[in-house]
Design a protein. Structure first.
Length: 136
């Protein structure tokens, strides 16, 4: 088996490309198509829930739930059997919206004459922490 990785633009658009679909079908017995956490990240930026569900269904169909995932705190990618719909939903649940996390605090600080200091300090601290974690 040859494991292949198609980027999001190819993997989610296979159905619309007859030649690619034909070639993948011809060699299906020899190919192992995987999706990754990067595909999930790409789909989270979509503003069309219907298209996202369609793309997840396509990923599921061609990958047969085979996933290469980069998990928080783990140095290497892990090979998993993981439903793309479940992966997508749990990834949304764990995403933090850093732009809005301190919105009410920022409003209070602005009222008191202090600008976005709190949010800016948090961004610097978060960046420093992420940098330290990548070095460790």
């Amino acid at each position: 088996m040859l494991r292949i990785y198609l980027d999001t633009n190819l993997l989610t658009k296979i159905e619309g490309h007859s030649l690619l679909k034909e070639k993948l079908g011809n060699y299906a017995d020899y190919l192992n198509i995987v999706y990754s956490s990067a595909h999930i990240d790409d789909l989270q930026r979509s503003s069309d829930p219907s298209k996202t569900r369609e793309d997840l269904a396509t990923i599921k169909k061609y990958s047969e739930d085979q996933c290469l995932a980069k998990y928080w705190g783990v140095e290497n990618f892990s090979y998993d059997i993981r439903d793309p719909f479940e992966f997508f939903e749990t990834s949304i649940d764990t995403k933090v919206d850093y732009n809005n996390i301190f919105k009410s605090a920022d409003e209070k600080l602005k009222e008191s004459g202090i600008s976005n200091t709190f949010k800016d300090l948090f961004k610097v601290a978060a960046s420093a922490l992420l940098l330290m974690l990548t070095i460790i």
